[in-house]
Design a protein around this ligand. Structure first.
Ligand code: TPP
Length: 659
């Protein structure tokens, strides 16, 4: 593919468009036509314009909240830009995103990001997808100088190098990280020198010199396109205004502000073009007037555009799936252990889906810490790979690659480790569908395992499903047995949304009959493991086994206990809860391994208390881990783990209340 390099007048026009649009954005923010925080890129226009000069429609751009210039340079129309900032239906995101978080996938603008450095790991995934497509596209991600101090930035650069990804990391160094000068936090090195220490090509450009940016970016991008892997480009730019619209810059000296003003790239580029005779003052005035009228036309059109229909605020959180409650476990199929069942599901899906990739720490050549991914690498080669120990980078790569058509199934080794990368779930994956009103989705699966086992410590034992289920936009399942481990893994991979599957380490060796030839079911759907009329134990994951053992014991006492295994907490099978409650006269134990306070059991009990279910009101009890840290010694663990004896004791009381 040939790309024509823009001439000086094109570059000037792009810079002027961004400058004038940004000035008008600030006016509109002052009169409250635009609301919320606005982070202008005035003074930094040379970066998006200079880098995009070497890009074409194969390439993708990710930016920060200071990303207006990148969007406009990548071709987002002014009307869609102003429409979004003014919260109109005509906006790039129909008013869902606003100034600091808009996207325009149609223009290769993956989007802004309001979380410092969070776009960098996602850019890696986008680059993975582009590399897999084989058309030579690259991902460009811009971020500030302060962002280079974020853990995610480090992980992203490490991961990109490990995978030799076609990604350009562009650091727009305006010398300020919000209100703190970068020299206060990086006193001994330039950012480009620090980047070079990672071992990737690192370039520096003077952002006040348009041609230097164009040429340096072109060189960096040529190296990436030639297969050289990622590159880092630091561009030194002035910060002509405050960090955001309402910043009074009390922390900045007048000398500093004045010095930055002398480095305005637009003023310097215009002056140099006039001086060299490339453009006359009259021509520059005409161009400015032309751009101004285009910007005004877009503003007028946006002001006249309709506001979004308020009723649509609830749309596009996740793709809806119909509830389908399941009965007893399958009785025909192959007997497999839980861990093997997950492995079998992954093998089957990898074989059936060319776009599926699987990665994580030690999952490929070693086959996983618990052997769950054994032989995948042998069978499917480079589609299965080991990553750096970089949870943020793993999840970011999963998100980005899912946006570009890959189907990533990644492993976080222990659910406890998810916490170091939670941003990528809660702020990133969960928002993709919503912000784009369903135009873009992030179908990906995150597998992890959790729970208490003898000797496991407080940092390797937590049950964190409530934290994840609290985030709308993510589907969450916890298989309680081998048959469901197989079926739910396949369901998760077939789903259109980000799915977190939480396996139980304690159950990895437990065997059950697995229906390996059954149809792939949709996500969602509880399983009524036992019918019963005296009370129901509502549970999930590993505690289903405890509930079932308790129910079997109580049967000999003539107490008839139902066990409802929810399987999926999001989406929640509410018809199944209602039916089980009705059958059990409203008497219920909600049982989980997680700590009691704020556990998902609290949500179930709240829904029962709100009378969401047409069931008689009966006594309801929660059983969970007390609100403690998890001890390591078995004797201590056993004293706090929810147990069969505890369920039996509460069940006797509840059953007596119903007689
Ligand atoms: C993870 C995270 N921490 C803090 C913030 C608040 N914040 C927003 S912008 C910003 C400064 C970032 O500075 P820099 O990376 O240099 O970019 P600039 O704003 O100068 O473009 C901060 C601290 C945030 N949005 N995200």
């Amino acid at each position: 593919m040939t790309t024509s390099t823009p001439g000086d007048l094109d570059l000037l026009r792009s810079m002027l468009t961004i400058r004038i649009a940004e000035e008008r954005v600030l006016d509109l923010r002052r009169d409250e036509t635009i609301l919320g925080s606005v982070h202008p890129c005035i003074g930094q226009e040379s970066v998006p314009v200079g880098v995009v000069a070497s890009l074409d429609e194969r390439d993708r751009v990710l930016a920060t909240y200071r990303g207006h210039g990148w969007a406009l340079a990548k071709g987002v129309p002014l009307a869609a830009f102003f429409g979004e900032l003014m919260g109109r239906v005509t906006g790039t995101n129909g008013g869902r995103a606003g100034s600091p978080y808009f996207t325009s996938p149609e223009h290769g603008f993956v989007g802004e990001n309001s979380i410092v450095a969070a776009g960098m790991p996602i850019a890696n995934g986008v680059a993975m997808g582009l590399a897999a497509a084989g058309k030579g596209g690259i991902a460009v991600v811009s971020f500030g100088d302060g962002a280079t101090n974020q853990g995610g930035a480090h992980e992203a650069i490490v991961f990109a190098i490990a995978r030799n990804l076609p990604v350009l990391f562009v650091c727009e160094n305006n010398s300020w990280s919000e209100m703190t000068p970068i020299v206060d936090t990086v006193p001994h090195a330039t950012l480009v020198a620090r980047a070079a220490g990672y071992g990737l090509p690192a370039f520096f450009a003077n952002g006040s010199d348009m041609h230097d940016v164009v040429n340096t970016a072109a060189e960096a991008i040529a190296g990436i396109r030639a297969g050289g892997g990622p590159a880092f480009l630091e561009v030194q730019v002035p910060r002509l205004l405050g960090h955001y619209n309402a910043d009074i810059q009390h922390y900045r000296t007048e000398e500093d502000k004045a010095e930055h003003l002398t480095r305005d790239p637009l003023a310097l580029f215009s002056a140099s073009l006039i001086e060299s005779g490339s453009v006359t003052q009259d021509a520059l005035d005409d161009l400015t007037a032309q751009v101004r009228s285009e910007v005004e036309a877009a503003i007028v059109a946006s002001e006249a555009a309709a506001l979004p229909d308020a009723a649509t605020a609830r749309d596009h959180v996740v793709a809806h799936v119909d509830s389908h409650t399941l009965g007893a476990l399958p009785t025909e199929g192959k007997e497999l252990a839980y861990g093997i069942a997950v492995n079998r599901a992954l093998m089957t899906e990898m074989a059936e889906r060319d776009n599926m990739v699987s990665f994580g720490e030690d999952i490929a050549i070693p086959g996983g810490t618990f052997g769950v991914t054994r032989n995948l690498r042998k069978e499917f080669g480079e589609r299965v790979f080991d990553t750096p120990i970089s949870e943020t980078a793993i999840l970011g790569a999963a998100i980005g690659s899912s946006l570009e058509g890959l189907l990533p199934v990644v492993e976080i080794m222990w659910s406890d480790f998810l916490l170091v990368a939670f941003d990528q779930i809660a702020n990133q994956a969960a928002n993709v569908r919503y912000i784009s009103s369903g135009r873009v989705t992030a179908p990906l699966v995150i597998r992890m395992q959790q729970g208490i086992t003898p000797g496991s410590c407080a940092q390797h034992s937590q049950s964190l499903e409530a934290l994840i289920t609290h985030i709308p936009g993510i589907k969450v399942g916890l298989p309680s047995n081998a048959a469901d481990a197989y079926a739910m893994t396949r369901a998760a991979i077939a789903d259109a949304d980000p799915v977190v599957l939480i396996e139980s380490r304690a159950l990895y060796l437990d065997k059950a009959i697995v229906d390996v030839d059954g149809p792939v079911e949709p996500v969602g759907g509880a399983r009524l493991r036992r019918e019963g009329h005296d009370l129901v134990v509502i549970t999930w994951g590993r505690m289903t086994k405890v509930a079932t053992e308790a129910a079997e014991q109580l049967e000999s006492e003539g107490i008839d206990v139902a066990v409802l295994d929810l399987r999926w907490l999001a989406p929640l099978d509410e018809p199944a809860i209602e039916a089980a409650l009705v059958a059990a006269g409203g008497r219920a134990i909600v049982l989980h391994e997680a700590n009691l306070t704020g556990g998902f059991g609290a949500e179930i009990v709240a829904r029962i208390a709100e009378q969401r279910y047409a069931a008689p009101s009966g006594p309801v009890v929660r059983i969970g881990l007390p609100d403690i840290r998890v001890p390591s010694s078995t004797v201590l663990q056993e004293s706090v783990m929810p147990s069969v004896a505890q369920v039996v004791e509460h069940a006797r009381r509840l059953a007596a209340a119903g007689r």
